[in-house]
Ligand binder design. Sequence first.
Ligand code: PEP
Ligand code: MG
Length: 538
Amino acid sequence: METYCGKSVMQGIAVGRIYLHKRADYHAAAQKASDPEAERARFFAAAEEAKAELARLYEEALADMGEEQAQIFEIHRMLLEDEIYLKEVLAKLTEGYQAAYAVSCAGEAVAAMFAGMEDEYMKSRAADIRDISQRVLRALLKLPDEEIQSEEPVILAAEDLTPSETLKLDKEKILAFVTVKGSVNSHTAILARSMGIPALVNTEFSLSESLQGKTCVVDGFTGRLIVEPGEELLSRILSQKAAWEADILALEQLKGQENRTKSGKTINIYANIGNVADADAALLADAGGIGLFRSEFLYLGRESAPTEEEQFAAYRAVLKKMEGRKVVIRTLDIGADKRADYFQLDEEENPALGYRGIRICLDREDIFTVQLRALYRASTYGKLAIMFPMIVSMEEVVRIRQIAADVRKALVEEGCVPGEVELGVMIETPAAALLSDRLARAVDFFSIGTNDLTQYTLAADRENRRLEKICDAHHEAVLRLIEMTVENAHAAGIWVGICGELAADETLTEHFLELGVDELSVPPSAVLRLRRVVRELP
Ligand code: PEP
Ligand code: MG
């Protein structure tokens, strides 16, 4: 028995034979063309052929799997027209090389550029570039298209899977994905989430032929690939799997059902997300909307802040995916444990009590304005609500509203009319909870961030393991602040949700319903479980 660790991107357990998928990548040799002009023409003809093929694949995927999955082929078609990519190809053609070599080189160079980026999403685009280059090469060299062969349902293991490979797979035959490369944003991860099957990326193993056909377990809970598990372990895993599957099946029945108690009380159950891809999991879980999109994750792990266009694309993508369901996007909550070097924030003695969230945004209006512009521009694609973190005063809200109104006005003057957007605040400091009667008259909604509300109320760092017992969200003081906030929201006629971890705490669901909380926003995997709890309440 051997065990390998990976990063789980989808929970669940799969048991089956491993199928190694090794792609035959074509790399053309560096050969000079006898007729450079003719080579140019050959490249453009092959690119046109590839584009026509992509248009066909788009139509097929649209019919089979819907717009969201089909979009990747449209993106590939656009990448084929991308200036950087074309420039690389043309540079090699100008040096007199054959088209096949020019395409090989350009594919590698542009893929390496993407792979070197800090941002996980951009990194994952390297696979797309390699994919389109292979397609053009196949067209140039008249090579047959690749297909993944598998007779029985298998655990598909690959170095990495290109988007078109993943889309062409016979989904009935795939029990799980395991890839050596890949990231949470890779298409394998997205597909696994939308198929609801376990998947590991970044797995520490090599695709040695000796693995082919061996019985394996993919454990999406612990992020492990177990090759040839012993009998005892296997039977334990199989019973865990059976219990998990029975529960999933039971939960599936709840899709499309209302979050309604036996006596008729209802509550919205939304999902918390940290990136665009997570919206797929939210949809899969039948979440009523997105209650918290932690937008700061778009800013982390990169060299510079995301541009207005990058942010606009991300917000628009989530709004479009959610098809009219409400999407609450929280503005940048950087600082404390979430740090980005390019903001050049000073080291602080007490970061959790320091320079973070809205405090930075109100100081650095340039950064704040870029985000608000992107948000307002995206607002026409769905039902957007914007919320602001770490509020402690009315003055902050007044200033925020002023900046938001200025951004909106500027956009209208530019000819871009934003949609209707609700503006709300997070109640995650005792100050905000205590002022919630006044704040409620200045905003459209509240969302209670119990993670921070707990740490600030109990003066107990949420990151400090030694304080786990003290940092207890069930503490009477925290529950009283929640109650006060809900009452004040309703007295002013606005809605109030909870988006901290406590929202998913099933022991408090009845209490929240009694208080009249309007919305609970929880991780996608908790949505249907919470619905079940609500429906079982008297
Ligand atoms: C919270 O504080 O409860 C919250 C939802 O925000 P975060 O966990 O991102 O600080
Ligand atoms: Mg918080």
